[in-house]
Design a protein around this ligand. Structure first.
Ligand SMILES: [Zn+2]
Ligand SMILES: [Zn+2]
Length: 359
């Protein structure tokens, strides 16, 4: 079978590799991969910034965002049958099986020794067949065949949103009205929908023009689109109950803290470049204390968030028809490898690779 692989930590080692399909053992599931999604994490791995091969190997199959059909079940696996449409989670427990890993919260792993499909020490799903632990797999209805590939990116938002509400509602009476999303990539657009589903008044900020696809998609959900080139973030200070920061820009992230009002919360979902100048740390922490504000970061997602994500994809599909389909702006084939992983052009939102075209 064909697989899309890299040599981890070696820049531009992306290639197709011919390999034997993996054999399924007890508790596992063999996946007939239909699609994989591409995001910044894949591009960072291709650039050689991070990524690790499975123990003893010297390559890594890419792909952590996926949609598959069950090909074969290992012994002891219940609740699935061949042909089911499924999405596996990305992270697997650490060998120490820390407090969080043993409680089905590997997304909160304490040791950092977790493994991640397509990122760290486990092959990903960008191959014709892939294997995973069946207890980390969620089933999707057939109605999500076109957009189910967005399950994993949506889990990132689900976790941020659920943790936001858990923290805020357990520490005080809280009735949020206004939310701001910084960034309108796939995760920013999905965050816009989830916050709109909560009934919030949402504004989403990006740098594209008001007639761009991103702006139109934001407006389709009833949210307001703000072009950061025309309206500086400074004008939005102390306005929001919730801010989701997804741009990955340290300077935007610093400004994000000033956009929440008293008792507000900022959820950071980006990966930020290190060693950049910071602003006045004294003001930052004073504002944090005097405003009872919360800043928190969130990464990865466990199976609960995947289940929520599948349910919410169905809700979004009903409420805003065509929205999810339009997020997928490019469908590449395994053979257009180099082009598929190129950094995005102006109107690109999400590129996916069709591994199997026959359903
Ligand atoms: Zn991703
Ligand atoms: Zn752990």
């Amino acid at each position: 079978m064909k697989a899309i692989v890299v040599t981890p930590m070696v820049a531009n080692s992306l290639r197709i590799k011919e390999m034997d399909p993996p054999a399924v053992s007890k508790g596992q599931m063999l996946l007939n991969v239909q699609k994989v999604g591409i995001c910044g994490t894949d591009r960072d791995i291709i650039a050689g910034f991070y990524g690790a091969s499975p123990t003893g190997g010297d390559f890594l199959v890419l792909g952590h965002e996926s949609l598959s059909r069950v090909a074969e079940l290992g012994s002891g696996v219940r609740g699935f049958k061949p042909g089911d449409l499924v999405v596996p989670t990305v992270r697997r427990n650490c060998p120490e099986n820390c407090l969080n890993c043993q409680n089905e919260e590997s997304d909160m792993c304490l040791t950092g020794h977790y493994k991640e499909h397509g990122i760290k020490e486990l092959h990903g799903f960008a191959s014709e067949f892939a294997i995973t632990d069946a207890s980390f797999v969620v089933k999707l209805p057939e109605s999500l065949i076109e957009v189910g590939i967005l399950t994993e990116p949506l889990t990132i938002v689900e976790k941020g949103e659920i943790q936001t509400y858990l923290m805020q509602e357990s520490r005080m009476k809280w009735k949020p009205k206004k939310a701001l999303v910084l960034g309108a990539g796939p995760v920013g657009l999905l965050a816009t929908t989830i916050l709109r589903l909560r009934g919030l008044e949402v504004s989403t900020v990006a740098t594209r023009s008001a007639d761009s696809l991103k702006a139109r998609l934001v407006q389709q959900t009833g949210a307001q689109y703000i072009n950061a080139k025309e309206t500086p973030l400074k004008e939005m200070e102390d306005e929001y109950d919730i801010v989701f920061e997804i741009t990955g820009s340290p300077s935007v992230a610093l400004e994000a803290q000033h956009l929440i009002k008293t008792n507000g919360v900022v959820c950071y979902l980006g990966i930020y470049k290190m060693q950049q100048d910071t602003e006045d740390a004294g003001k930052l922490f004073t504002d944090l204390v005097l405003g009872n504000r919360v800043h928190f970061g969130s990464v990865n997602a466990n199976k609960t968030y995947f289940e929520r994500s599948v349910n919410d994809l169905t809700k979004i599909k009903k409420k805003w028809p065509g929205f999810l389909e339009q997020i997928i702006t490019r469908r590449a084939k395994m053979d257009d490898l180099t082009q598929a992983y190129q950094p995005e052009n102006e109107e690109e939102i999400k590129t996916i690779i069709e591994i199997r075209t026959l359903m």
